[in-house]
Design a protein around this ligand. Structure first.
Ligand SMILES: NC(=O)c1ccc[n+]([C@@H]2O[C@H](COP(=O)([O-])OP(=O)(O)OC[C@H]3O[C@@H](n4cnc5c(N)ncnc54)[C@H](O)[C@@H]3O)[C@@H](O)[C@H]2O)c1
Length: 260
């Protein structure tokens, strides 16, 4: 059912996005890979996927802070691939600091990349999905789309925003066979959280591994960091026919973080 469809995953040059790309490629799903990587390395990654999984691929390094770049990127992706059947808004950045001193440029970047970019990619993908009467939009939010933590004002605002965007678009798309959901992960083992681990290691004079455990343990009753591939497998389930009635949802995958 999914073989031959096309997925566009923003931020798929590392972490969760890259792991999700592998999971979808294994099903024969064509891929638009994207992220901050130079064109040569991006093309090599796309070629590697194409050869290994016998799928059609495209790489683009559009900067998601720039609406014009996103517009060009989406037009190219649709022209080359036909249409975008599965859109995964995954790219994101983090900066942790008290609201008292939170830098304006970090606020702007987090809102642009973690929230506004998804508005643009969704808007550009919908026409093709409506024509086909089928689509899956999956936004990688966070537990921080459901609850807050200290020193994460911009991230929490952006992630609550994308959970709201998910609900609003789900209502507008429900009768077109398009589902729209947010996944809300707890801690996932990627480079996004390395700064936070390094801060704890420094503050407590412990090793990186000990700091990682402390970070997870402070929030999650299940004291285990997720493998990014687990998120990829959840994305795959949301693309399946079994998940066709799940829409407008913010789905925690968080080791019981938000159950407390
Ligand atoms: N790691 C976690 O614990 C965790 C938990 C919950 C949610 N998330 C969310 O998962 C998503 C993926 O994060 P990750 O942990 O895989 O991080 P990561 O740093 O490994 O990947 C981020 C991706 O976003 C891309 N990106 C960043 N800025 C960009 C820009 N200006 N333009 C284009 N692309 C840009 C990067 O190139 C990279 O491909 C993010 O939205 C993040 O908020 C992560």
């Amino acid at each position: 059912m999914l073989k031959g469809k096309t997925a566009l995953i923003t931020g798929s040059t590392s972490g969760i996005g890259l792991a999700a790309a592998y999971v979808l490629a294994e099903q024969g799903i064509n891929l638009v890979l994207h992220g901050l990587m130079d064109d040569e390395a991006g093309q090599a990654l796309a070629d590697e996927f194409a050869t290994k999984y016998n799928i059609k691929t495209l790489f683009d390094g559009a900067n998601l802070m720039l609406a014009e770049d996103i517009s060009v990127f989406m037009a190219k992706a649709i022209e080359v691939m036909g249409s975008i059947d599965i859109l995964v808004n995954n790219a994101g950045i983090q900066h942790t600091e008290s609201i008292d001193t939170f830098p304006e440029n970090k606020w702007d970047a987090i809102i642009a990349i973690n929230l506004t970019a998804a508005f643009h990619t969704i808007q550009k993908s919908l026409a093709g999905m409506k024509t086909n009467g089928w689509g899956r939009i999956i936004n990688i939010a966070s537990v921080h789309g459901l609850v807050a933590s200290l020193n994460k004002s911009a991230y929490v605002a952006a992630k609550h925003g994308i959970v709201g965007l998910t609900k609003a678009v789900a209502l507008e798309c429900a009768e077109h066979g398009i589902t729209v959901n947010s996944i809300c992960p707890g801690w996932v083992d990627t480079s996004l959280i390395n700064n936070q681990i390094n801060d704890i290691a420094q503050q407590k004079s412990v090793s990186f591994e000990q700091a990682k455990y402390a970070l997870v343990n402070a929030k999650q009753p299940l004291p285990e960091m997720m493998d990014p591939r687990q998120i990829g497998e959840f994305i795959l389930f949301l693309c399946s026919n079994s998940a066709r009635s799940i829409t407008g949802s913010a789905l925690p995958m968080d080791g019981a973080w938000t159950a407390q």
